[in-house]
Design a protein around this ligand. Structure first.
Ligand code: ITT
Length: 199
């Protein structure tokens, strides 16, 4: 089955490909492969709403079964920030490293026991059946006191899974993909497709 993975985030694309290519279920197309460069505004108030906005928009453009993902980092001591605003936290002109520094700065006075956080991934698939399909995966962890590692993307240099003192940015992609929020939501999504006999 040919599908579109509709994300503009290169880190996400690599992780989706690493996980899905092993399954040999789909022939994966990216927005780049289809020469689609238009962006869609994420006007939703939840991960689910934003994932559906993206999947609906890009499935109309591509006329292909389309998977989108809305994800983010939820930090308890910052009242759930950056949450659905993870990609644009602190303003549109910041890069990944600036956002990491911003989080560390906001959390300088917060003790180890109060640095709990989780990554959330919500996938929406449009064009696989008559209705949109959703799945959600979460990874519990904590925010480290300083940056560590240079692999991965986004907030990986300051996020360590529970029981692990190393951040996600110290892990190879296949190690991260064994435990990540994205891996969990992909597995749940695939199980729904299998249960509904779509693949
Ligand atoms: P698309 O909407 O095109 O998919 P995006 O980067 O704008 O790309 P989101 O709106 O879903 O995607 O924002 C997700 C942000 O959450 C992402 O930019 C990172 O800052 C952060 N994030 C999500 N998953 C992450 C992960 O596995 N590691 C580190 N940061 C992550």
């Amino acid at each position: 089955m040919k599908i579109l993975i509709a994300t503009t985030n290169i880190g996400k694309i690599k992780e989706f490909q690493e996980i899905l290519n092993k399954k040999k279920i789909f022939e994966i197309f990216t927005l780049n492969d289809l020469n689609i460069s238009v962006d869609v505004e994420e006007t939703g108030n939840t991960f689910e709403e934003n994932a559906e906005i993206k999947a609906t928009f890009y499935s109309k453009l591509s006329k292909m079964p389309t998977i989108s993902e809305d994800s983010g980092l939820v930090i308890d001591s910052l009242n759930g920030e950056p949450g659905i605003y993870s990609a644009r936290y602190g303003g549109e002109n910041l890069n990944d490293n600036d956002r990491v520094e911003l989080v560390l700065k906001k959390m300088t006075k917060i003790h180890k026991e109060e640095r709990s956080a989780r990554f959330i991934s919500v996938i929406c698939g449009v064009g696989f059946g008559s209705r949109a399909l959703f799945s959600r995966g979460e990874l519990e962890g904590f925010i480290s006191s300083s940056k560590q590692g240079n692999k991965g993307f986004g907030y990986d240099p300051i996020f360590s899974p529970i029981g692990d003192n190393a951040t996600l940015a110290t892990k190879e992609i296949d190690e991260k993909n064994k435990i990540s929020h994205r891996r969990k939501s992909i597995e749940i999504f695939l199980n729904k497709l299998i249960k509904d006999k779509i693949v």
